[in-house]
Design a protein around this ligand. Structure first.
Ligand code: HAM
Length: 526
């Protein structure tokens, strides 16, 4: 490594950040509030892995969503990464239609080498041979079929017919070879909760399964205020047999209780129903038709979405598209009878609980698994990224992942944004500061100071004990800078008398106290 490179300062990767004290104390308070509130509603914590098979997210969030399509951090399990890279390279070369005879021969040699590596990896047990048994046999026969090909000079072999059969068979077997799954850092956790629900047979548990999770998620989005590539969520999910609107309402009630307890005021609950498998496709078609009529007036993103996902046009924030969007057909007018009833009953349930909401017909959410209820919480002071929570119902997702028929609903709170909004509101209580700074002088005093620090910490006070001896003036200066409430002065005299000089740093008032009196005194002066 060049000396300049060695000196280069390494910084955190774009879009990720450190959360430092005292801000981390606020994070802890927010997370603890969630734990406390969720426990009163009977939720238990689930701790999930941070990475999962990519397919889990592709199947649940949706392979065509931005989250899965553009924003996931994915890797192939390392011992097989090279094989997987080669497999993909060979497939790409085949797709290029190699026409030159010499290049075909060379390609054949690459395939031979690849087969050698595959056999070697199989021998070492690096991937599931039984899952690939047939493919390995076919690959072997394909490789053997090239034995009659010359290896160096271009001749008439392989003939056009030989090459075409070879390429077709090879393409087919390469596509089927499975060296193990690609993994992704989780962009969200609902999919993992459903995977765990199935894996642990939780459908046999009594009543609804109520779970919450707290932790980081990863999306490769364009970083800005309130949007990070590693961000944090506090989420909760209810899984079970019932889709009763009262469940939706209680989930929302719990969420609002959390926001209330955490002190985030001025939040608005936006609510919508996006229908079910029966009524939504018909609505999407009528939306697409209406969009096609105004296509020329829409921007390129919305134009593209007419084909890929017309619902996402409703998310557009472009000022020039707003008037047009307001005139589009609305899902509320296209719900089937069952969805309409569910939505009406949910609203009754919310009223029963005194929860205010606004219906936002444009709230369609960016994940594929939702049906019927969707909601978001919008918080003040956050600019463009002002959704502090998103959630909704996802009946059928567990089934889609291979589990039993199951209903589900949940939400995820964006912790980064909650913390930002609390900070913007200026109502953040200062983190509890340092109680005592022990200013010690002399080796004998240090021994007494160590004992005193332990005793005070044992009583629950926060104590700073300097590791090295300092002059009294310097000690008191440092105590002041650290924001200590009291300095306890310990010199030879104090050790001899067993009484400490206690100085209140706010007004420099002093008193002498024994150890037990000191503890009483600290306790009585919060
Ligand atoms: P989501 O709307 O993708 O839903 O994310 C939920 C919340 O996470 C957002 O409202 C936002 O506060 C926060 N968030 C998302 N992306 C970022 C980011 N890049 N930086 C900072 N904060 C962000 C879900 O994730 C669903 N799993 C929610 C759910 C649970 N639905 C049912 N159950």
């Amino acid at each position: 490594m060049k000396p300049e490179a060695a000196k280069r300062q390494i910084r955190a990767i774009k879009g990720v950040r450190d959360i430092l004290p005292p801000e981390s104390a606020l994070w802890n308070r927010v997370e603890q509030t969630a734990r406390d509130v969720f426990a009163t509603y009977g939720y238990g914590e689930i701790r999930l892995p941070i990475f999962e098979e990519t397919e889990l997210f592709a199947r649940s969030v949706g392979a065509e969503t931005d989250i899965v399509n553009k924003e996931m951090y994915s890797v192939v399990d390392s011992p097989l990464a090279a094989l997987e890279r080669d497999r993909i390279w060979l497939l790409k070369r085949l797709a290029e239609n190699i026409s030159d005879g010499r290049k075909r021969l060379h390609f054949g040699l690459n395939v031979d080498t690849f087969y050698g590596f595959v056999k070697d990896a199989a021998r070492k047990g690096a991937f599931a041979v039984d899952e690939n048994e047939e493919e390995l046999d076919i690959l072997c026969s394909i490789v053997l079929s090239t034995e009659s090909w010359p290896t160096t000079r271009e001749e008439t072999r392989p003939t056009e017919a030989e090459w075409s059969a070879y390429a077709t068979n090879l393409r087919d077997v390469l596509a089927r070879l499975n060296f193990g799954a690609e993994m992704s850092l989780r962009p969200e956790a609902t999919a993992s909760v459903c995977r765990a629900y199935i894996e642990h047979g939780m459908h046999t548990l009594p009543g609804d399964v109520k779970l919450y999770y707290i932790g980081p998620m990863f999306r490769r989005e364009r970083p800005q205020k309130g949007r990070y590539r590693q961000f944090y969520q506090i989420g909760a999910e209810v899984l079970g047999q019932s889709a009763a609107p009262a469940i939706d309402a209680e989930v929302i009630e719990m969420l609002m209780a959390f926001f209330d307890r955490v002190g985030l005021t001025g939040c608005a609950l936006h609510l919508n129903s996006i229908g079910c498998r029966d009524c939504r496709p018909k609505y999407v078609e009528s939306l697409r038709e209406a969009l096609l009529k105004v296509k020329d007036k829409l921007g390129p993103n919305s134009q593209r979405r007419i084909e890929t996902n017309p619902l996402r046009v409703l998310d557009s924030k472009l000022p020039e598209e707003q008037a047009m969007i307001e005139k589009l057909p609305r899902i509320g007018e296209h719900l089937c009878a069952a969805c309409r009833e569910h939505f009406a009953a949910l609203q009754e349930q919310l009223k029963l609980r005194g929860i205010a909401y606004e219906i936002n017909w444009r709230l369609v959410r960016g994940l594929d698994y939702y049906m019927r209820t969707t909601f978001e919480i919008i918080a003040p002071g956050l600019g463009a990224q002002n959704a502090v929570c998103g959630g909704g119902r996802y009946d059928g997702l567990v089934e889609l992942l291979g589990g039993p028929p199951t209903k589900g609903i949940g939400f995820a709170i964006g912790t980064d944004r909650v913390v930002l909004s609390l900070q913007e509101s200026g109502k953040v209580a200062a983190a509890p500061g340092l109680d005592v700074f022990i200013a010690w002088m002399s080796a004998a005093a240090y021994r007494a100071a160590v004992k005193l620090a332990r005793r005070l910490r044992g009583e629950g006070f926060s104590v700073e004990l300097p590791a090295e001896e300092m002059k009294l003036k310097k000690s008191l200066g440092l105590a002041d800078k650290l924001g200590a409430r009291y300095a306890v002065i310990l010199g030879e005299n104090e050790v001899a008398s067993g009484r400490f000089t206690v100085k209140r740093l706010a007004d420099a008032s002093q008193r002498e106290l024994g150890e037990a009196e000191l503890i009483e005194f600290l306790r009585s002066k919060p």
